[in-house]
Design a protein around this ligand. Sequence first.
Ligand SMILES: Nc1ncnc2c1ncn2[C@@H]1O[C@H](COP(=O)(O)OP(=O)(O)OP(=O)(O)O)[C@@H](O)[C@H]1O
Length: 347
Amino acid sequence: MSSTAAVEIRGLHKTYRRRGRLRTAVDRLDLAVPQGGVHGFLGPNGAGKTTTIRMLLGLVRADSGRMRIFDAEVPRELPRVIDRVGAIVEQPRFFPTFTGRKNLQLLASAIGVPRARVDAVLDEVGLGDRGRDRFRGYSLGMKQRLAVAGTLLKDPDLLIFDEPTNGLDPAGIHEIRETMRGLADRGKTVLVSSHILAEVQQVADTVSIIGNGALLAEGTVASLLAGAGATGPTARVWVQQGERAAGLLRDAGFVVRPQPDRALLVSRPDRPLDPSEITRTLAGHGLYLSELSPQRADLESVFLGLTAHTGPSAQHHAGRGTGGTGHPPPPGDQPRHGVDPHAGGPR
Ligand SMILES: Nc1ncnc2c1ncn2[C@@H]1O[C@H](COP(=O)(O)OP(=O)(O)OP(=O)(O)O)[C@@H](O)[C@H]1O
């Protein structure tokens, strides 16, 4: 394994026994997180993100595979690099009646960091002027930023945040995003997991997308989106009888994502999207569009494109297709896809 990555994982595998049956949570996963920048570790709920992060941090034992943080093989050599790593894997507990500053001072004493660091990390997460307020008065976004501040006390080089925006409102999400961006701009490496792909695309430099525990695609956000562009962008469609329209479009080979406002996001994973095809398909069944507008590609459509023709077991094989190709490309190279969207099915 190369020693230039902040995190490198090869062939990581983990099964759990549930109701007497072995189930694969992480499936011979390869992952490379370059040093510096924000790396999004993305995949739907249950894809294996938390299990992977917990194995990396020595909290869960892997069945097999190799992991490295900087130049240390983990978990064996974790003690050697642990001071260079800050992580939020579970919601940290803070005392609600203490101020944010007091909470961090306690934490600093507990981990042997000079209390003088506290004001610096509060400033780093934009809580410098709120440090003397009680924790219980903080917004959820501020609470999460305080948690981030806690991970910065040791001034680590690598930050690992597992779903840090869970439960936050848009303002809170924006704050955390800005905080992560600021850390990356100061030279840190931020590994952030999320099941909301489109949300992370705004802050990540590079991403890995996993499904069913296996790597589906990785690369820079720009290269993955460009790949999606080649398979056709997404169109936003509004039509009466949305459910019926969605069924007809799916039957015709489109990928359809109903939206909360009853619009449909429609894409074509197998060939460039031709809007007239949507119109024709629906008009042929007496449904007429009230809106059809092009949408910018997002990582969610990349994911859907990668898995559109694959059921759960096929997706497993699609993911494996990336596993034996050796080292992933450095950031900036072409994305690797586990499934060729043009192939029309799993390989
Ligand atoms: N301790 C456990 N015992 C049994 N099964 C587990 C355990 N932890 C995780 N799993 C299973 O492993 C799979 C991967 O779960 P994991 O939490 O790693 O996914 P995730 O991508 O982090 O999802 P989420 O976004 O929902 O947290 C899931 O099917 C989950 O039910």
